[in-house]
Design a protein around this ligand. Structure first.
Ligand code: FES
Length: 138
C-alpha cells in the first residue's frame, strides 16, 4: 500500500532517520519486510513507528511515547505488541492500549509520500479509528 501523495496544505513534514536524513519510500521498502516497524523522527521531534506492508507502508504512523510517563515503547515482534519496559504497559499492533498503567492509546499521525519520494507525516486530528473517540493528542 502506498499512501496518497502528500502536499497541498496537509501539514505533512518529511520524517528523518537516525541521522535526521530524509527517508525515501523506495529505500524503506528495500530495507524492510511486511509488518516491520521502525522508528523515525516525526512530528515535533517525537519518535514515530512506520509500519511496513508487503509493498509500502501503512497510512498511519504510531507515536512511540508511552502515555503513562513518556518512555519510548519498543515493538516486540514475538508478542505482536508494543511493550513498555518502564512499568509494563502494553499496546496492540496498532498502538491501542491493552494493558495499563498507561491510560491512553499511542498517538497517531498520517503518513504520505512527498513528490520527492520521501516519506512524510502529518497531524491526525480525526477520530481515533481504534477507539472511535476523539483524539486525545489533538
Ligand atoms: Fe510506560 Fe510507565 S512509562 S508504563
Amino acid at each position: 500500500f502506498f499512501p496518497k501523495l502528500g502536499g497541498g496544505g496537509g501539514g505533512a513534514s518529511p520524517v528523518g532517520d537516525i541521522n535526521g536524513a530524509a527517508v525515501p519510500l523506495k529505500k524503506w521498502v528495500a530495507g524492510h519486510k511486511d509488518n516491520d516497524r521502525e522508528l523515525v523522527q516525526g512530528l515535533k521531534g517525537d519518535a514515530y513507528y512506520l509500519i511496513s506492508t508487503p509493498d509500502g507502508i501503512k497510512d498511519f504512523a504510531i507515536n512511540a511515547t508511552c502515555t503513562h510517563l513518556g518512555c519510548v515503547v519498543p515493538w516486540v515482534r514475538s508478542a505482536n505488541k508494543f511493550c513498555c519496559p518502564c512499568h509494563g504497559s502494553q499496546y496492540d499492533e496498532n498502538g491501542k492500549v491493552v494493558r495499563g498503567p498507561a491510560p491512553l492509546s499511542l498517538a497517531l499521525a498520517h503518513t504520505s509520500v512527498l513528490e520527492s519520494g520521501d516519506i512524510a507525516v502529518a497531524p491526525w486530528p480525526e477520530q481515533d479509528f481504534r477507539t472511535g473517540l476523539d483524539p486525545w493528542w489533538s
